[in-house]
Design a protein around this ligand. Structure first.
Ligand code: NAP
Length: 281
């Protein structure tokens, strides 16, 4: 297996893993909690050092599951969490982060994101992020589900230029952001974090994926993930609770797609021909 794993460089020069584990829908059923923590632990053992979570997931319980999974290994990991837009006032952001820190059983979050745009003025959220950063409670901050107009507005504000990522819905079936949002971020060295990279499993029956997978003795999920991982400045965060899925997805790092594969995928999943609104799940 590929080791060391590929990295992406944040605007301040720090490198972070390009491949991580998602946690949405974890923490929703108590009987599944141990299996979910075990899946994350397996990923960590396989060398996956970035975990994406949010205060929203399982109403905070996903963060507790992350804490269980990373016990004793916090220092090896890069933890991403997110504040809900209705907690994103200056004071609300600080309090939400402190609650997340307790649930995560850690003294800092590596990257803290505004989950999506709400009604709180961006300047207030940025001021809360700044406070948290100065207190050492978060190391970097960024945004999620921001379309081009949103992110332009954010970076124009005091402190907004420090945006360390835009986490968006992006996969082979959702190529809209390639039109303008991804190039705009890339020009400014703002990494993209691609969420729902296998479209929550819905894309896996597609013939083109099966065709490319068969050629490489790989699986459709590995092809979908490898297609994202080959892109510069792209962080990819599939979620898996099944141990077999964790292992399978991790092997996507070893899959190199060639020009013929990319052309096959382009025919079935064409790039955008114009601007579209950013999707959200
Ligand atoms: P995803 O990673 O595309 O798909 C997860 C689903 O696919 C799970 O049901 C999982 O099943 C299944 N799966 C995983 N690997 C598989 C494989 N190799 N073969 C077949 N099925 C497989 O979707 P996601 O969870 O929506 O997105 C990933 C992460 O991005 C989230 O967990 C979350 O951390 C983040 N996210 C962020 C936002 C946002 O608004 N910022 C929105 C959505 C997601 P099992 O769990 O049973 O293994």
């Amino acid at each position: 297996m590929t080791d060391p794993q590929p990295t992406v460089t944040l605007p301040d020069g720090e490198t972070v893993p390009a491949y991580g584990q998602g946690t949405w829908h974890m923490g929703e059923h108590r009987r599944r909690a141990e299996a979910e923590a075990a899946a994350l632990r397996l990923g960590i053992e396989l060398g996956v050092k970035l975990i994406d979570t949010a205060e929203m997931y399982g109403n905070g319980v996903a963060e507790q599951i992350v804490a269980r999974a990373m016990a004793g290994r916090r220092d090896e990991l890069f933890i991403v969490s997110k504040v809900l837009p209705y907690n994103a006032s200056r004071r609300g952001v600080v309090e939400a982060c402190e609650r997340s820190l307790k649930r995560l059983n850690t003294d800092h979050i590596d990257l803290y994101l505004l989950h999506w745009r709400g009604s709180v003025p961006f300047a207030e959220t940025l001021s809360g992020f700044d406070r948290l950063q100065r207190d050492g409670k978060i190391r970097h901050h960024g945004v999620s589900n921001f379309g081009l107009d949103d992110i332009k507005e954010w970076v124009a504000l005091d402190g907004g230029g420090a945006v360390a990522t835009n986490q968006i819905l992006y996969n082979l079936t959702r190529r809209g952001p390639e039109w303008d949002l991804i190039p705009w971020c890339r020009e400014r060295n703002i990494p993209i974090m691609a969420y729902s990279p296998i479209e929550q499993g819905r894309m896996l029956g597609h013939r083109a994926l099966a065709e490319v997978a068969a050629k490489h003795r790989a699986t459709p999920a590995q092809v979908a993930l490898a297609w994202l991982l080959r892109q510069e400045g792209m962080i990819v965060i599939p979620k898996a609770t099944e141990a077999a899925h964790v292992r399978e997805n991790r092997l996507a790092l070893d899959l190199a797609l060639d020009e013929t594969d990319l052309a096959t995928l382009d025919r079935s999943f064409p790039p955008p021909k114009g601007r579209t609104a950013l999707g959200m799940l």
